[in-house]
Design a protein around this ligand. Structure first.
Ligand SMILES: [Zn+2]
Ligand SMILES: [Zn+2]
Length: 125
């Protein structure tokens, strides 16, 4: 069986993945802006306050961990700093891939290259 055959499906898949990621980012921008208008810029866990200067460290958390559930009254949103948000999500394995784009890249250099690193650690327990 030849193993070095070109796989055109891969590039198509790449494009689909890229498109899905763009869609997710756009959707995220939408609810993030709405949540920031609706709520004070304070982390819901550690009560840290935010200004325009460090607003990128304040993220929108979905209370039911479903990024597609965005009721207009904001009842599924909670503003959390990246640290508390990370904490919140470390307990929810199925949410790891969805949280990648919302977290600040610079704070999670290893996370993108190994999305299942945390899963492995959990399985060891
Ligand atoms: Zn916090
Ligand atoms: Zn979240």
């Amino acid at each position: 069986m030849p193993t070095n055959k070109p796989t055109p499906n891969n590039t198509r898949l790449d494009r689909v993945v890229a498109q899905a990621r763009r869609d997710a980012e756009q959707r995220e921008q939408g609810y993030r802006e709405r949540a920031l208008k609706m709520y004070p810029w304070i982390c819901g866990r550690c009560a840290r306050e935010f200004t325009r200067a460090n607003l990128h460290e304040l993220t929108v958390h979905h209370r039911n961990h479903d990024h597609d559930y965005n009721p207009p009254d904001g009842s599924n949103w909670e503003l959390l700093c990246v640290y508390c948000h990370d904490n919140e999500h470390s307990r929810y394995i199925d949410h790891i891939s969805g949280s990648m784009s919302s977290a600040d890249d610079t704070t999670h250099p290893a996370a993108t290259s190994s999305p299942f690193a945390g899963l492995k650690a959990l399985l060891k327990k």
